[in-house]
Ligand binder design. Structure first.
Ligand SMILES: Nc1ncnc2c1ncn2[C@@H]1O[C@H](COP(=O)(O)OP(=O)(O)O)[C@@H](O)[C@H]1O
Ligand SMILES: [Mg+2]
Length: 234
């Protein structure tokens, strides 16, 4: 059985009387534990909706979502809170750091609410920011802020690291460094990582590529030998 099973998931958003918007239209895919999965698809294809459902930030209208053998489709409110806190690390396109907290405090804030976590300062050192603990987000470059947000996510020892367009706001070289970091975390920590992108050139970096179109999964491709990011040009 796969670590993640996303099975015939439908997500409809009501539109106040009109026909509901079908963001997911029976999407199905699987992902393996400790592997890196890239989710590809054009804007509006349903990628973010799928990731939000996997991360417990949204719920499916129908279908089934299983993570690590646990059916998370119908978790109650309290269970969802615990699931988001303890099992999920999220990395967003625009970092979403708290502006008046230092890098260290941002990571500490997220760690404090979970039952088990890595040391925040050591985690920031791991992402290459050991000498920037006392800097506020505005004193860091975009790439550095994204590293803080990755440290914040992985310090929680999540079962799943979910990344929604993590390089969408970064330039080419900085984006490459951030993707290298995510690939290293997957390989070195054995963490299960999902990365959404609309850049199909990134497909070779993943163990698996899942292609979304119009709320459906149109292809799932397994990559026996993922490439290091350094070898990929786009
Ligand atoms: N909260 C929402 N309310 C209404 N429509 C939404 C909502 N979230 C997403 N949608 C719609 O669902 C579709 C899929 O969106 P999304 O999952 O964000 O796509 P992607 O991340 O692939 O660009 C889009 O048509 C979008 O407008
Ligand atoms: Mg999106």
């Amino acid at each position: 059985m796969a670590y993640i099973e996303f099975d015939q998931v439908v997500k409809e958003y009501p539109t106040g009387g009109g026909t509901p918007i079908r963001a997911l239209d029976g999407a199905s895919f699987t992902a393996a534990q400790g592997e890196l999965t890239v989710i590809l698809g054009q804007s509006g294809a349903g990628k973010t909706t799928a990731l939000n459902i996997l991360g417990g930030m949204d719920t499916a209208t129908s279908g089934r979502v299983v993570v690590g053998g646990r059916d998370v489709t119908h978790l109650r409110k309290r269970e969802l809170i615990a699931y988001r806190r303890n099992d999920i690390g999220f990395v967003f396109q625009f970092y979403n750091l708290v502006p008046n907290l230092t890098a260290l405090e941002n990571v500490e804030l997220a760690s404090q609410i979970c039952t088990d976590h890595f040391d925040p300062a050591q985690t920031l050192a791991k992402v290459g920011l050991g000498d920037r603990l006392g800097n506020f987000p505005a004193q860091l470059s975009g790439g550095e802020q994204q590293r803080v947000s990755i440290a914040r996510a992985i310090a929680k020892k999540p079962k799943l690291l979910l990344c929604d367009e993590p390089t969408g706001a970064l330039d080419y070289e900085t984006g490459k460094e951030v993707l290298q970091l995510l690939q290293d975390i997957c390989h070195e920590e054995g963490m299960t990582v999902l990365i959404i992108t609309h850049n199909s050139a990134l497909a070779p970096m993943a163990h698996k590529v899942v292609r979304f179109r119009s709320g459906k999964v149109t292809a799932e491709e397994v990559n026996a030998a993922p490439s290091p990011i350094a070898d990929i040009e786009w």
